[in-house]
Unconditional design. Structure first.
Length: 262
């Protein structure tokens, strides 16, 4: 079953076509990675899929429904959530409070109910707290729930963003460079989290520059270059694709390819 299908997506900015006739099909329960050199359109494609940008051309189907042009909040209600390349953490809030924010789409209260502290609000807050604690446990941060978010290490903040996205109960989770800036130990923790999410039935779309992480964890890899599809296949197929190696490394030899994609 395909959870996401994008057909011939294109978008231009100032006359430059950032994504040009790109089509992808993501099977439920897989890790589908999008890679490519800097400026190849990876994050732009993510922004199209997640509703931040509206395509000039093409269509998007999510879980069997056409969702082209839907706003991010409406996509989130349908089960599509994402993280961002740059951290979007409320550093003065606690770790738990940050994740509770991610559960807001499931809450149903009004201003009067909140101001009057009605019992329904207290019950809902308690339920949101439990969801947030469970999400923190999934990324290995349950023991840090009461800490100020600003006290966490960089790698832990990356996992905190994933936990907040999980609090919205996604079917499809888009991770935009979750290991960027992480050291090898922190990258291993991200690897562990992604594998556990897929085991739990969440489909993951990944944009990532760490090729070792991508090749170790992905079921399918889609390669972009200059906004266009260059290749798609299994990690093994992509790793050995001469056009992909040239796009990353120019005319360098096999030793450099092994270093980049091994």
């Amino acid at each position: 079953m395909m959870i996401l299908e994008a057909e011939r997506l294109s978008v231009s900015f100032g006359g430059v076509r950032a994504v040009d006739e790109v089509s992808i099909a993501v099977e439920a329960g897989q890790v589908f990675s999008i890679i490519g050199p800097n400026g190849s359109g990876k994050t732009t494609l993510f922004n199209l899929v997640s509703g931040i940008y509206t395509p000039n051309h093409g269509s998007i189907r999510f879980a069997g429904e056409t969702v082209t042009g839907l706003e991010p909040d409406r996509l989130a209600r349908r089960g599509l959530s994402r993280t961002f390349q740059n951290l979007q953490i409320f550093l003065r809030m606690s770790v738990l409070e940050n994740v509770m924010v991610g559960h807001h789409r499931h809450e149903d209260t009004g201003i009067l109910a909140d101001l009057m502290h009605w019992p329904s609000v207290r019950r809902q807050n308690a339920a949101t707290r439990e969801v947030a604690l469970a999400a923190l446990a999934r990324v290995g941060l349950a023991d840090d729930a009461g800490q100020a978010s600003g006290s966490l290490s960089y790698g832990a903040l990356k996992r905190l963003e994933i936990a907040r996205a999980l609090a919205s109960d996604p079917k499809l989770l888009l991770l935009d460079e979750p290991a960027a800036g992480c050291n090898p130990v922190e990258t291993q923790e991200i690897d562990r989290v992604i594998r556990s999410l897929v085991r739990d039935g969440i489909t993951v779309m990944l944009v990532e520059h760490d090729m070792r992480l991508v090749m170790n964890i992905s079921d399918r890899v889609h390669v972009l270059a200059r906004g266009r599809t260059l290749a798609e296949g299994t990690p093994e197929e992509v790793r050995s694709n001469a056009a992909v190696i040239e796009a990353y490394l120019g005319d360098h030899g096999a030793k450099e390819a092994v270093r980049a994609f091994g």
